[in-house]
Ligand binder design. Sequence first.
Ligand SMILES: [Zn+2]
Ligand SMILES: [Zn+2]
Length: 367
Amino acid sequence: MTVRGKAGVLRAIGEPFSIEAVDMLALDPKRVLVRTHASPFCSTDVKNWKGQLYKIPPTILGHASIGEVVEVGSAVDQVRVGQRVVVPGTPECGRCYYCAIGEPWQCGELFDLGGIYPDVARGDDGALISCAGCVGGYAEYMSISENQVFPIESDLPSETLSMLGCGITTGVGSVFNIAKVQPGESVTIVGAGHVGLWIVQALRLAGAGTVIVVEPNAARRELAGSLGADHLLDPAVDDSLVRVRELTGGRGADVAFEAAGPAASQELAVRAVRRGGRTVLSGFEIGGAELVLPQVETALQSRRILSSQNGQVHMRSDLQRYAGMLERGLLDGAPILTNTYPLEQLDLARERSGSYTDVCGVIVFDH
Ligand SMILES: [Zn+2]
Ligand SMILES: [Zn+2]
C-alpha cells in the first residue's frame, strides 16, 4: 500500500517551499521508512534554498532528523519496526573504503553520489522527488538507507534529540574528536550560531582555558557568554585578530574553530592560532568558493588546519553517548532550540534561520 504524507518540497530555487502531499515510493530492499518526529532547520538549508550548494529540485531538504521506523525493506537487518531512530547527516555503510579505514564520516554511500540523491517520493504532478543529503527530513515520512538510521534510547523529547544528527555531532565532535582540546588550552570560536554554541558547551566540558568568541550578532554573543565564553568580540567594532592575540599572551590561541562560513572567517580562524596551533573548519558558504591562506603562517609556522565533517563521530557509539550527555545536563539543548514550527511554517523557519533570529528552529510533526 502506498504511504502518503505531507512534504515541504523545494520545487524551484529561491521560491517558497511547496507544502504538498506526496506518495512515498515502494521501499528498496535495504531502505527503511521512518515516520518523522522532528527535523532541525539547519542554516545549510538557507544556502540550499538559495541554490548555493547545487541541490537539484524537486527535492526535500532537511539533512538530520529523528523519527520512528514504520516499515523496513525486505533485506534490512539492522533496525526493526517500532524503533526510535536518529537520522544524522552522514551514513555509515561499514563496507566502503572510508568506513573500512575507520573514517566513516566520509562514507561513500553519501559522498560518492556526487550530489545526485535517491528519489523517495512522487508528487501529484508525477514528478519524482529526491531526498537531499539522503535524508529529506522536512516531510512526514522519510525513506532512508538502513545505514543512515541509528536506534536511540532516551526519555528526552524528539525536538531536542533531533539536534544530534548535525549540530551536536559537529560541535561536540569538533572539540573532542578533531581538535582534542586539552584542559587549560585557549580557544577562539569564529561564529556563535548553532554549531559554535555547541562548541562553547563542549569546551566547558573539556576544561578549556580562555574562550574567545567572535560573532557579529549581539544576541548570539550574549548567549555564548551565558554558556561560558570569557571574551565576546564584535568584528564590527573589534580588530578580532589583534584582540585574540592580546588575550592570548600575544601568541594567538592554541585552538580556533570556524563555524560561520565566509572565507574571511576561515582565514581569521587560521591566523588567530599561535604557531603550531590547530584550526578546525566546519563552515562553508558557496559551492566552488575558495579559501586563500598565507604561506608563511601555514607552511613555516606549523599551524594545522583540520576539517570537520559531522564532527568525525562514529554514529553507532557517539550518538547514544551524546544523548546521555543531554540527559545528564552536561549539554543543554534549551538555549539552542529557540523555536519549533509545524511543516506548514517551513518558510518561516527558513527566514528566521537566515535572519539569525533562530539559533535552531525545529520542524515538529504530530502524527
Ligand atoms: Zn546541518
Ligand atoms: Zn561507508
